[in-house]
Design a protein around this ligand. Sequence first.
Ligand SMILES: C[S@@+](CC[C@H](N)C(=O)[O-])C[C@H]1O[C@@H](n2cnc3c(N)ncnc32)[C@H](O)[C@@H]1O
Length: 360
Amino acid sequence: MSTDSRPLDPQKIKAGGERIFGYIKGMGVSAMIYLGDKLGLYQALDGTGPVTSEELAQKTGLHERWVREWIRGQAAAGIIDYKGDERFELSPEIAMFLADSNSPKLAVGIFSDLPQRMAVVERLPEAFKTGIGLNYDARGPEGARGIERVFGNWYRFTLVSQVLPKLDGMVSKLQAGAKAADIGCGAGVALLEMAKAFPKSAFHGYDISQHALARAKENKARAGVKNLTFHDAKTDGLSPDASFDFITTFDCIHDMTNPAATIRAIHSALKPNGSWLIADIKSAPTFEENLEKNPMTAMLYAFSVMGCMSSALSEPGGAGLGTLGFNESVARAMTAEAGFTRFRRHDFENPFNAYYEVRP
Ligand SMILES: C[S@@+](CC[C@H](N)C(=O)[O-])C[C@H]1O[C@@H](n2cnc3c(N)ncnc32)[C@H](O)[C@@H]1O
């Protein structure tokens, strides 16, 4: 029994129970989305109209009894529409998030390393005690694949066509032949898109994750791209020779144990008229503002503990900025501290990220 002797408010008990059971429901439904993706069920449903569990089982080569339990649950969760008569349909609006691999809104990738994310949770009680977190390689190769799937389509459909044209003179520099780098490049999808679009430019990707670098090299080989090199940032980091025209960092500064050192290295690596494009999580400077304005704040803190802050504390003395920690005011202060003098914010219709064009 709780030792708190204050009288209990029945309304609050009811609301609290609904909230907690809502998260339990979310946990179960998340696991079912993982299975739907892994087993190709969403793709099999995409564009086929209403089907029965028998028809879906036949199409996917799975056992009908399991498919029936899964699809009824998906209908109860409001993901798949129940059309009556034991027929189920995936709407095109939901397919954009779960099935259509060419959709810029594809979100199913976030579920694809769910077991690896959850396995990491088992190691976190130790991190709470020691203060030392886990870097991205703790999630294994599937973790790197998951991140690639989360961010990949945004790069494929937005980066070259919509983002680069908004940056001061960057497209003409890249067309003419420039030197560019992506730090924290993950599986290298952003670089591949740029390397294909600008064959006269030379691109370099840096990361500390061995799993991400392995995927990046495979992706490069598959694409047959020649003007792209990947580097292990731990042993072969950016040289401070003011030789780069363009540097990008996508969703990674807040993950770094020493972001200030990376920001200084970027400053030293850029030409005096070079540019740095930052994408980082949209967040407000205070906890109170995030709490009030962003309905995703609970999810962002959870991802921080499971991933971003854990990575940013994965070495003793880590800065530990975490998912919400590199907001615009922090970015302005840290870039100014490193010697950058120009800072411009852009918005590219991304619900999670803010973009900053920063120049020496
Ligand atoms: C959330 S992932 C983003 C990956 C990639 N930019 C993307 O958008 O797909 C963060 C990446 O930052 C990398 N990272 C963390 N600290 C780093 C450092 N000091 N130098 C280079 N990369 C780092 C991690 O290994 C991980 O691949």
